[in-house]
Design a protein around this ligand. Sequence first.
Ligand code: UDP
Length: 323
Amino acid sequence: MKEKILITGGAGFIGSHLCEYLVHQGYRVVAIDDLSTGRLENIQHLRPLPSFQFVRETITNSQVLDRLASEADIIIHLAAAVGVKLIVEDPVHTIRTNIIGTEEVLNTANRYGCKVLIASTSEVYGKGVRVPFTEEDDRLMGSTSHSRWAYAASKAVDEFLGLAYHRQFGLPVVIMRFFNTVGPRQTGQYGMVVPRFVRQALKGEPLQVYGDGQQSRCFADVSDVIWAVARLAEHPKAVGEVFNIGATQEVSILDLAQRIIGLAGSASQVQFVPYEQAYAPGFEDMRRRVPSLEKINRLIGYNPKCSLDDILNRVIAYEQQRI
Ligand code: UDP
């Protein structure tokens, strides 16, 4: 039988897709989630399966975490405060959850020698302007007076912690820097642009483009991303390493809005909203964000399969059923 995997944040957007995939791959999967941003409906269909177990609890409950880690071979740590909107609105929660939670997971995993995969983010590159971003690049962070950077800094601490546990105690740790991941089940509630635009388009409301819309992103489909996570979990040479995971098809946010309007057959218009109105005064956005996928491609042959239109069509189909 395959190994047992504990997924923190297992009822979240990426977590629930990962649970589904790993169960189908023959793993026994335990998902822990406090449902603060995760949703029960994301994993409801998995609950009858004998190889799947859901535990509704926070990862800072050390007793529960200890029990679950003692029974697991691999921990995929996705539980975190996510979404730029949430981060700007609740910075204390963000810093506490991301740093204390990850420390708890690593410390507990170290007691049992579990392999740990830690979800980090492209935010750690900060305002870096030399694209594409490679894993060894220097990082350029904004001032501590802007809450947005608390997320990047807390995730960077998570990376430092993970790599420190690996170097100091020999714990098998892998760091995954997720770039903009999208797909069904992602909610727009915490600021993510694709589900927001899709819902606005389907409702015939204006698509709110922040700033001048010339900032760009590369969107990866969640199915490509979880494939990569599973391969990294299995590959012995991933240990002690940092990997970008994402896609490289770059699109400006204004083009994205227009593309979604077209694909959804919507009559919506684009509305430009100043950043300070959308987030907070002094908010700093990243103009471009493109991952180098060379390292992950070399190790596991990762090549994202879904095009941007495939991704958007899937999100449109999903949201159409929910509106
Ligand atoms: N954005 C936007 N309208 C929205 C939500 C986001 O124009 O309703 C912009 C946002 O300012 C950023 C881009 O879309 O430039 C991607 O935002 P998201 O929060 O999805 O991801 P991140 O900022 O982490 O890349």
